[in-house]
Design a protein around this ligand. Sequence first.
Ligand code: ADP
Ligand code: MG
Length: 704
Amino acid sequence: MPNILDSDIKFLPGIGPRRGELLRKEFGISTFRQMLYFFPFRYIDRSRIHTVSEITPATSYIQLRGRITGMKMAGTAPGSRRLTMTLQDPTGRIELVFFKGIKWISEKIKPETEYIVFGRVSEFNGTCNLVHPEIVPASEESTAGAGSISGVYPGSEKLKNSGLNNRAVIKAESIILEKYADSIEETLPEYLIRRKGLLPLKKALKNIHFPENDMVLSLARNRLKYEELFYLQLGLLKQRSVRMRKDNGIVMHKVGEAFNRCYSSLPFPLTGAQKRVIREIREDMRSGRQMNRLLQGDVGSGKTLVALLVALIVTDNGYQSCIMAPTEVLARQHYNTVSRFLAGTGVKCALLTGTTRKKERERLHEELDSGTVNILIGTHALIEESVAFRNLALAIVDEQHRFGVEQRSRLWSKSEVLPHILVMTATPIPRTLAMTLYGDLDVSVLDELPPGRKPVETIHATERQRRQIFSFMKEQIREGRQIFVVYPLIKESEKMDYKNLEEGYRTITEEFKAPEYVTAVVHGKQKPEDKAHDMELFAEGRANILVATSVIEVGVDVPNASVMIIESAERFGLSQLHQLRGRVGRGNKKSYCILMTGYRLSKESRERIELMCTTQDGFELAEADLRMRGPGDLEGTVQSGLAIDLHIANLSKDSRILEDARQTALEVLEQDPLLEKPGNRLLQQQLQALRRDGKLAADYSRIS
Ligand code: ADP
Ligand code: MG
């Protein structure tokens, strides 16, 4: 029997087809149940009526009681009309301002009647007023059906204009809760509710809309957050446990000559973190289980070398590996680095990219097929149909966030047995986010930089300092150093961005004239050959300056580069700025990062720039990014479609609940890995329902 809560929202008294359609369009609400899950984003204590004299510019929402003593209309053009009313209470007066619905409001308001007014205080020309407050005759207030704490719901102008203001939403919620509360079915098993001391769902939903008091409200929020995070983790961890149970990994028994030769000829000792991570990966690869591991390491922490050394373990066991990079330039760079390390080891590595010539490609295919090539490095080109390995056992994906899930899954189809997977990312992901995005992966962290790295001196500058910066650049070039100049590239304003880059390039080549100076330029609109040419020019030290767009090369390694100039730095997120800054400071000389911005900055941009100037810690910056911009905006998550749509929980604030929920999910799965016990039927059903509705982030991050 269908549940009444799944009825179309338009059938709810007071909604109807027009508002129903708006609710669907604006908030994705099309059923009673979805309406019930439309939560207030804040609460106000409506048991208290304040006075005008209490208002300060710092007051946010306030509830007042008084008479309307004046009303005046200003403006004549339809868009600029404004109705101002004066509300008088025993302590003073305040203006109520309306831009819309003027006729309706002015006709409704009667003189000598007491009103309860509720709204947000805003400041205009040094005086406070309320813009578009709710206004209800005091005599009606008691019928609102609300308790003393009442919810403020997200509202859109459109909904308000169609009469669905906060009061109407409250009304709708109260109807659902009064009439259909019995149809609310519990979504967590009884034993969990008891063990965790959670509120039952019905009570939680009642209180999230109409809190009995502060304490129950916070229990209600806690229950709903807990549930959301619990199912997210349960979904992820269940996939992981299914994977772990399978006896499906190619076993790497030994460490042999290839590894040892390369290892003993390294020009520097590995860092402690590199050693530890290589051990973790080695344990995985000989366990008999297929590895699915995320390697996180701040920029410059030496991920490439880790990748190479574990690939050599695979070589030693007679299997092939591949390393996939997001761009041609990065693939080339990896190839060059790896070839250097491999000199004299007898291990053969090859490069395959979009620009590899047909003949060369055909030869490569043969060598892959016969097993002559041990390590293949390349771009997306290596997941093309025609590429067939003899026995691929390890796939390493660098800078993972540039790869779509679909592309990754093509990799897995390259061998009969699933190869071990190592995903490397330089984006420091805060712990809470990693748990959610990569909850089904094992995580290794390179949390140590090679010794001798100096912090990059970071400076904020504006156009006024341009001349100074030019002469500083010349000074650095005279000392034999190289310079990056990076322009933002954001999809929506791509055209403008390219224009800025071209202009910037022109200005720089005018100031830094050839042949005395060589300036390379690299961006996404070039032909791959031109890009590779200019990139090489810079990588080999023949160009002094590289002008580039930001999306170009997150991973380029040019240790001689000492200055990173970031144009329009206010347009970048913290994590991205940190990535870019990580391109310098890799050698042993002092390095600089110059953040160029406009003169005027929003408060948030200023904070971000200041934080960049004061900290070098990628994790601290990523946490701050998460706090300031929310997880959806984190670099990488946007590009790969990993945005997490949490309903009530907040990854940056609810990490305690998240950890608890994860722990509980682990315990549940330990007892019942496939959720087959009768007591866990509900869990299984809920997971299926969530997955069906696309609410489980699990599928985004699944990599096998
Ligand atoms: P990332 O983790 O950003 O990819 P890379 O692998 O590009 O870092 O390494 C950055 C630089 O550090 C490279 O020039 C590399 O050769 C060097 N490097 C790697 N490991 C060490 C180490 N243990 N000691 C000194 N330098 C190292
Ligand atoms: Mg790298």
